[in-house]
Design a protein around this ligand. Structure first.
Ligand code: HEC
Ligand code: HEC
Ligand code: HEC
Length: 136
């Protein structure tokens, strides 16, 4: 309950800031170092998922995800889907309403601008490679 309250307050502050800056809050939320995962989302009419890597890295050891949960070290390299997540795999190992908020919060994960390709947001490669090279 405390969590929810806090989150709502944070959200209000964010909204206020956004309004002040006259930003389009519907726009992509990906920040530097975030991973955008879009193997299936666009095709399914969902916004691509954003995985904030730093946010998670400060909370868990690499091993938790990259060994125990089996996440391969590659943006988009894991064939994640909702059946697996609801089954407790990948993001679903934690986003189950116990360790972290659960899957019904679709928009918290599916928050990238439609059409954003799978990438490490603003990675050097992404900046330097010509667009043609980035298409898978
Ligand atoms: C904890 C994060 C998270 C939450 C919450 C979440 N998703 Fe996803 N979802 C993902 C990830 C990651 C993928 C894989 C993205 C990709 O490759 O395009 C995905 C893929 C999908 C896909 C495409 C693949 C498939 O399974 O059909 C759909 C549709 C989808 N999600 C719908 C939803 C809906 C609807 C909700 C809310 C009920 C939801 N998601 C909640 C992380 C999440
Ligand atoms: C909470 C889970 C989690 C933790 C903890 C975590 N990672 Fe990741 N990591 C991921 C996910 C999810 C991806 C993206 C996989 C995908 O898109 O399918 C990823 C991707 C990566 C990539 C590939 C990025 C690219 O360029 O494609 C590297 C490298 C990486 N992680 C290193 C680390 C290191 C080093 C640590 C510890 C300091 C760490 N990760 C901790 C979940 C985690
Ligand atoms: C090892 C556990 C773990 C895994 C795996 C994991 N998460 Fe999380 N995630 C968390 C925790 C804990 C939080 C913080 C929850 C809270 O504040 O109540 C969080 C928060 C988030 C947030 C909100 C970040 C913010 O700024 O508040 C997003 C978005 C998110 N996760 C997406 C994902 C996606 C997408 C995946 C799968 C690719 C994933 N997570 C996998 C544990 C995990």
């Amino acid at each position: 309950m405390f969590r929810k309250c806090l989150w709502q307050r944070v959200l209000l502050v964010l909204l206020a800031v956004a309004a002040t800056l006259a930003m389009d809050i519907d726009d992509a939320r990906a920040e530097y170092g975030d991973i955008v995962i879009n193997n299936y989302s666009d095709a399914a009419g969902m916004r691509p998922a954003i995985f904030p890597h730093w946010f998670h890295r400060v909370r868990f050891r690499c091993k938790v995800c990259h060994a125990d949960l089996g996440f391969k070290f590659k943006a988009g390299g894991n064939e994640i889907n909702m059946v697996k997540i609801i089954d407790g795999q990948y993001c679903g190992a934690c986003h189950n309403g116990e360790l972290a908020w659960s899957v019904e919060n679709c928009n918290l994960c599916h928050s990238a601008k439609p059409g954003t390709q799978t990438q490490v947001h603003e990675s050097t490669v992404q900046k330097l490679a010509p667009a043609t090279l980035q298409k898978k």
